[in-house]
Ligand binder design. Sequence first.
Ligand code: TRP
Length: 336
Amino acid sequence: MTQDIYLTGITTTGTPHVGNYVGAIRPGIAASRDPSTEHFYFLADYHSLAKNEDPDKIAQSTLEIAASWMALGLDTDRAFFYRQSDIPEIPELTWILTGMTAKGLMNRAHSYKAAVQANEERGNADPDKGVMMALYSYPVLMAADILMFKSTKVPVGRDQKQHVEMARDIAQRFNHHYGETFVLPEPVIGEHTAVLKGLDGRKMSKSYNNTIPLFANEKRLRKLIMKIKTDSLEPGEPKDPDDSTLFDIYKAFATEEESSAIEKRYAEGIAWGEMKQVLFDYINEHLKPAREEYERLIANPGIVEAELQRGADKARARSAPFLAEIRDTIGIRRLG
Ligand code: TRP
């Protein structure tokens, strides 16, 4: 059996938060230590254009996400760590795949359908009002990311599963038409990876504005943790850890023994104020070394940039020869 190639992209919108860490960064870094598999992690900056981000924000987010993964110890000698826009073969492959992508397939994409539905609900005469091709063709760019590096496994959140299936459909159609070229990828949905609760008790997410930035400084971290929503049970009253955002976050960081010790304290009626302090102390201690490294990298973006360039060179050693083969296959050939 050939070895699995894992690949996943991180859209460069916003600052990494504790939920990203627990759900994607930490498991990604851990998985990349497995020498029997290969791992590609990249900053999907062209994807962020679909969200119409401010140019400075895209650049800032790219720096923050890259610095986070590096500060947390991603082994960039082993993993392929790069920025999408540094790989010119990706947009080129996107256009090639566009030629093999049924429009009807794109019509079925959830994100496009959601935009159309929103227009209908608002009573807009044009169901496509405000829909840019970057949104409509988003799955083709994502297919190029995935197929470019012959990935077999694509770890994504549930909301992205359909896009990976579309990449597979596009690859199949291409292979059928031109002969075996692309490896068919499979989505990997982290059933066991934690989905963290945010400040208000809903899923921690940028779109709910309830996140704790992963490397917030101590003062800010304390302030945010003190804001986490609790119920009105008094000190001394037993509390249910399974219905507590504070415990949810604690558990995502702590060992099993530490978590069960805290469960006992819930049963004994720990005061919310005290639990907030416990949580702050724990996370703060846990993140301190990485936070220091993160701050150093943010202050020295040249270090991050050099690492991304090294990653791009490594990745292009794969993508350039493969794209040359693909061009040959489709008849975009040299004549001499
Ligand atoms: N669209 C993904 C998201 O929003 C990010 C992404 C871009 C991606 N290209 C990818 C994920 C390729 C996996 C594989 O989360």
